[in-house]
Design a protein around this ligand. Structure first.
Ligand SMILES: [Zn+2]
Length: 303
């Protein structure tokens, strides 16, 4: 009974949308009536214009639009010109270390962004749970898109096929259910902001496609380097904090008064290294000018 009513409601809704006529209000009334007697709140995405999705790109755009719907609790952000903004970003999760990074930021009461890889979610037993934890942690945490498969480490080939690369990001957006359209390119520090596409030649084509589709692409100003054999951090927390101070004072930021720091979840999977992350955060917190933010509040980020 309920399924039939929902089907009928959906059909009426589609008819109404496709035939913008005076029948709109009549069919709306019927839809409301059937919706009421079915006592079943059909999820909004199930009745939205299915017949309009003529091809895959329309479907993708539609899925992204739903995923990008603003949450009601979100407060408007206004930057304070007296502050210096630090965007701590963790790449490549969910991986060993992701939960540790989350817990440390939570305990320290700071904001952070996690650029995650859809394939890592699929491969990790608790991957979905970790991604969900980040997604639900907004506004303290922002879940963002770091591609479906991290190019399978074939960066050159990936970026030389911009349509394929674009689809890879869209697939990640859907798989991870990323709520906002923020991307970090795997292995590349390109930027796409409002009225600005600044990238290397290699990634320029996909960056322009992402720009047209309303994505913001976030590069970085400073990297917390790691040893590629054991994933352990290279700089001490004191050294990295000094690099932050120096970048601000020498105006080495991509945009003044804002520094994006690139780190990786896996660098902090062991206790001796996670304590470095705690230390780094605590050093920066001593400076009252520093504010930790998520990248959706970076200047020029698309809404
Ligand atoms: Zn990466």
């Amino acid at each position: 009974m309920s399924i039939r009513i929902r089907y009928l409601s959906s059909t009426i809704f589609n008819y109404m949308y496709l035939n913008k006529s005076a029948f709109r209000w009549i069919t709306m009334g019927l839809l409301g009536f059937f919706g009421f007697i079915s006592c079943n709140n059909t999820p909004k995405e199930n009745v939205l214009f299915k017949k309009d999705l003529k091809d895959d790109s329309a479907k993708k755009a539609y899925l992204i639009k739903i995923g990008n719907a603003p949450k009601p609790t979100e407060q408007p952000f206004v930057a304070d010109s007296n502050k210096l903004y630090v965007y701590l970003t963790f790449d490549d999760g969910p991986q060993p270390g992701s939960v540790t990074c989350f817990n440390i930021c939570k305990a320290e009461g700071i904001k952070a962004t996690f650029f995650m890889v859809a394939l890592h979610q699929q491969r990790k037993r608790d991957g979905k749970q970790i991604v969900g934890m980040i997604r639900n942690g907004y506004p303290q945490f922002l879940l963002a898109n770091h591609s479906y498969d991290h190019t399978m480490e074939h960066y050159q080939y990936f970026y030389q096929h911009p349509d394929m690369a674009f689809d890879n990001f869209v697939r990640a957006q859907d798989t991870l259910q990323v709520p906002k359209k923020f991307i970090r390119l795997p292995g590349n520090g390109g930027w796409v902001l409002q009225n600005q596409v600044r990238t290397s030649h290699l990634v320029s084509a996909v960056a322009h496609r992402l720009d047209s589709a309303g994505f913001t692409v976030i590069g970085w100003d400073l990297e917390w380097n790691f040893n590629h054999k054991n994933a352990r951090p290279v700089q001490s927390p004191e050294k990295l904090a000094a690099q932050v101070d120096s970048a601000f004072s020498k105006h080495n930021e991509h945009i003044r008064k804002n520094i994006v720091i690139l780190t990786h979840d896996r660098m902090f999977q062991h206790a001796e290294d996670s304590s470095s992350l705690v230390k780094f955060i605590q050093i920066l917190k001593q400076n009252p000018k520093y504010v930790f933010e998520t990248v959706d509040h970076y200047p020029g980020a698309k809404k």
